[in-house]
Design a binder for this molecule. Structure first.
Ligand code: AMP
Length: 352
């Protein structure tokens, strides 16, 4: 159990790191961040922040030397970077990054555990793509195997003719059949060092242009009937990885049960509602888990919860949109530039 005043290192400097740092500071820990130069909005709530490249081994070693535990808020931290940090400091174990950084590895890992991803094929050339579309059918989505997020690095393919129109990205990709889903949901769990697992309620997630727009509770009968099976898979994933901390799996609810979409070995946008909507937030429980503290209750505190992302210029008028009524919470991440399609903050509205 890490004593108060111990230091938590966070790799990555975005809003997830910012909210994680706020939770850590509340529990009496010190926080040091590390990320390449950029709009590192976590920095202003950390005690110290290293703005250095992922390949700067001297800076990484200096950062690690100041930390009692090191975690991440971003799953694409290069494995070479993580390898510089002494393994006994890292939580979760980096084996989770190895799986989650590669869509192909991730899907095969899920299949090996008995989970069901969308039909997929590994695609390394235009020829592979044509064969994949022929075998799996269209519509579908071509995704880069690595480094995609929020719908980036994805190309929708409506029919065979689209294949000719696509300029192949020139790096390993995956082609997935389009899943005819009824709804989308995520399973977010926290696992402690000794293997205890707790789940938050699963929200209904609505995406716009591949990016999460809202997460809502109650999630509705279709999702509720599929959560159990999805949790079983998530539990197996967490146990297989001997995972410590918060882990997220995203699913499509279909007429044939839950279809696995992707996993994130970290806190997740679809769990932001837990800050006010649950007894213990995903951020606090992640910190508790990696510091060896007892996990907090994940119970939902309200009959209804809605989290809405604030994207782009909408952030500029968010303060004027506060109504002063109800259980309404505004989070702004302090990003310098309100670019289109950029997550700037979120609302959480709870009701009894
Ligand atoms: P991803 O970044 O892979 O999670 O994709 C972002 C969003 O795009 C998902 O949450 C879905 O709304 C949509 N999407 C991605 N892959 C598929 C698929 N195979 N079938 C249907 N919708 C998909």
């Amino acid at each position: 159990m890490l004593a108060p005043g111990s230091t938590i290192g966070i790799l990555g400097g975005g809003q997830l790191g910012r909210m994680m740092a706020i939770a850590a500071v509340q529990l009496g820990y010190r926080v040091i961040g590390y990320a390449p130069a950029g709009d590192n909005v976590a920095a202003e709530v950390c005690h110290d922040f290293f703005e250095n490249g992922w390949g700067d081994t001297a800076a990484l070693a200096a950062f690690a030397a100041k930390c009692d535990v090191v975690t991440w808020e971003f799953e694409n931290v290069p494995l070479k970077t993580v390898a510089v940090i002494p393994e006994n400091l890292l939580a979760p174990h980096p084996r989770a990054l190895g799986v989650a950084q590669d869509r192909l590895k991730e899907k095969r890992f899920i299949q090996d555990l008995g989970g069901k991803p969308a039909d997929f094929a590994s695609v390394d050339s235009e020829r592979d793509l044509a064969m994949a579309v022929e075998r799996i059918g269209a519509p579908g989505i071509l995704k880069t195997a690595r480094d995609g997020y929020d719908g980036k690095g994805q190309w929708r393919i409506a029919n065979l003719r689209d294949v000719d129109a696509i300029r192949f990205p020139g790096r390993p990709c995956v082609y997935e059949g389009m899943v005819p889903f009824e709804a989308e949901f995520s399973v977010i769990l926290v696992r402690s060092n000794d293997g205890e697992i707790r789940f938050w309620d699963s929200t209904r997630n609505v995406h716009t242009d591949g990016m999460l727009a809202t997460s809502t509770l109650p999630a509705g009968a279709v999702i509720e009937s599929q959560v159990e099976a999805a949790r079983d898979l998530a539990r197996q994933v967490a146990d297989a990885l001997r995972y410590v901390g918060v882990l997220t799996l995203e699913f499509f609810a279909t007429a044939h049960g839950p279809v696995f979409n992707e996993m994130a070995p970290r806190v997740h946008n679809s769990g932001h509602w837990t800050i006010e909507g649950a007894a213990t937030s995903q951020f606090e429980n992640h910190i508790r888990a990696i510091c060896g503290l007892p996990l907090g209750s994940t119970a939902t505190r309200f009959a209804t919860v809605e989290m809405t992302n604030i994207v782009g210029k909408h952030a500029l008028t968010a303060h004027q949109a506060l109504t002063g009524t109800g259980d309404e919470h505004l989070h702004l991440y302090g990003k310098a530039e309100a670019r289109d399609g950029r997550k700037m903050g979120h609302w959480t509205r709870c009701g009894l």
